[in-house]
Design a protein around this ligand. Structure first.
Ligand code: ADP
Ligand code: MG
Length: 360
């Protein structure tokens, strides 16, 4: 885990780039720092591996203060990926990937073998190993940048706008491949992007920054979508083209779960603490109630402020899931109860749509 404790960075010219920032990037998860240009994202990232020294506060890696750790040893544990990959132009693909292992004086043969495996992992054919960066496309270079960061098998990864410089189709592929790789490797990752759609897609946790490096909100994508902390976050979410586009995406391929539903006056059976769908006398769902073995009274009902038509659109489904007191959307079909869907499944589906919305 990476922990920021009251970190401040004021540059020599008086610019405060990061103001009193505290958050934890949990082990094995992707934390995305997102916000408009100039809000201090790169500064925040570069303080982790001490390319920039903070003015005050502390950054802990696995509980160890990084200012008190030997810099070389510390950086060995951190892979670093930047926009445009930052490959050495005069070195071959293989030597680029091996750069850190060579610095670490690892066995050359073993390093090369591992580099070839890594190229495969990031989707680059081994035959490219002897080429030079300029002979490759932007997307290929970015993949090699990721392979290079993984070469020393570091527990931590810092990624600064890693997918920003490639076209939308390649970007989508890289994001998908990156999530697949991360599912296996479970690195502790802090990634920077200015693109809210990318943050929603890749982040286990999102840290929203605003101008002056002020923390605006921290939470899961679902938490941030459900309740933006302030107008700034709401406006920033509003920039998500995909989120608006969800209104035009019909719900397909999601199978609602037949969560038990009862009408007013019927017995609230089931395990104590289970939530059931509460319906009015006509069978129309109105909210949720907790099983207690007693008849369902109107005052037991936690009203659902939004429900979704099962043949409606993703936007209403997402709103129903996010507004739900139990984290599940209630779905209706021709006015009758049709089942429920958990917000995890809804968000996963919605993010796929968000992503597809970015296709040109
Ligand atoms: P972001 O990555 O979010 O675009 P940065 O961390 O690069 O933001 O920059 C945050 C702020 O700090 C900006 O106002 C930028 O102009 C300023 N800044 C960045 N680097 C320096 C520097 N070396 N000296 C002075 N100001 C800087
Ligand atoms: Mg930046």
């Amino acid at each position: 885990m990476i922990e920021f404790k009251n970190v401040v960075k004021t540059y020599d010219n008086g610019t405060t780039a990061v103001a009193d920032l505290s958050f934890v990037a949990p082990t094995g998860k992707i934390t995305v720092l997102v916000g408009p240009s100039g809000c201090g994202k790169t500064t925040t990232l570069r303080m982790v591996n001490r390319l920039i020294e903070q003015t005050s506060g502390a950054i802990l890696l696995g509980g160890e203060d990084n200012a008190k750790t030997d810099t070389i040893r510390m950086r060995r544990n951190i892979g670093y990926v930047i926009q445009n990959a930052g490959l050495f132009p005069h070195q071959t693909v293989l030597d680029n990937v091996c750069a850190v292992p060579y610095l670490n004086k690892s066995d050359k043969r073993a390093s090369r073998e591992r580099a070839l495996d890594l190229l495969e992992l990031v989707g680059i054919d081994r035959s490219y190993a002897s080429r030079y960066p300029w002979q490759l496309s932007g997307g290929q270079q970015q993949r090699i940048g990721v392979a290079r960061a993984l070469a020393a098998d570091p527990p931590y990864m810092l990624m600064d706008e890693p997918f920003s410089a490639v076209d939308p189709i390649v970007r989508k592929q890289l994001q998908a491949e990156f999530l697949k790789i991360q599912a296996d490797l479970a690195k502790t990752i802090v990634m920077v992007t200015h693109d809210i759609d990318e943050a929603l897609k890749l982040g286990d946790q999102i840290v929203v920054l605003k101008e002056g490096g002020v923390l605006a909100q921290i939470g899961t994508p679902a938490e941030i979508l459900a309740s933006p902390a302030d107008q700034f976050v709401a406006d920033f979410l509003g920039e998500s083209r995909g989120y608006h586009a969800l209104s035009f995406e019909p719900i397909v391929g999601l199978e609602p779960h037949r969560t038990p539903a009862i009408r007013l006056g019927e017995l609230l059976t089931g395990q104590a603490g289970d939530w059931v769908v509460a319906c009015d006398d006509s069978g129309l769902p109105i909210g949720w109630a907790e099983a207690d073995g007693e008849p369902l009274l109107a005052e037991d009902v936690v009203v659902a402020t939004a429900v979704s038509r099962s043949r409606g659109n993703y936007r209403e489904l997402l709103d129903a899931a996010l507004a739900s007191p139990v984290g599940r959307a209630i779905m209706i079909d021709d006015g009758a109860y049709a089942g429920t869907l958990g917000s995890d499944a809804v968000i996963r589906g919605a993010v796929e749509k968000l992503d597809a919305g970015r296709m040109p």
